[in-house]
Design a protein. Structure first.
Length: 90
């Protein structure tokens, strides 16, 4: 199958997850990309965009000071002061 999303699911997809819910209503946890170098490109992202530091830090950026993947990296390159700062960055 071509299902999007890699990772070990922490949230259970239950029948109560109605399609079309807003982030405030039915999101299951923080977005795994909002806060990463890449950022979240999903306009209808169902996950919360309020804790950008929940994205794991990039080990290359931490150890070496740079990351070859640059803006395509799905890990966090900077510590965010606030979700607002991260929103303005994208």
């Amino acid at each position: 199958g071509k299902d999007k999303g890699k990772g070990k699911g922490k949230g259970k997809e239950g029948p109560e997850d109605a399609p079309g819910q807003t982030a405030a209503a039915g999101a299951s946890g923080p977005c795994k990309f909002f806060g990463s170098a890449k950022g979240c490109s999903n306009e209808q992202c169902p996950f919360l965009h309020d804790s950008p530091n929940s994205v794991p830090p990039c080990s290359f950026k931490q150890r070496l000071g740079h990351c070859e993947r640059g803006e395509a990296c799905t890990f966090r390159h900077v510590p965010w002061a606030s979700a607002e700062q991260a929103r303005l960055h994208y």
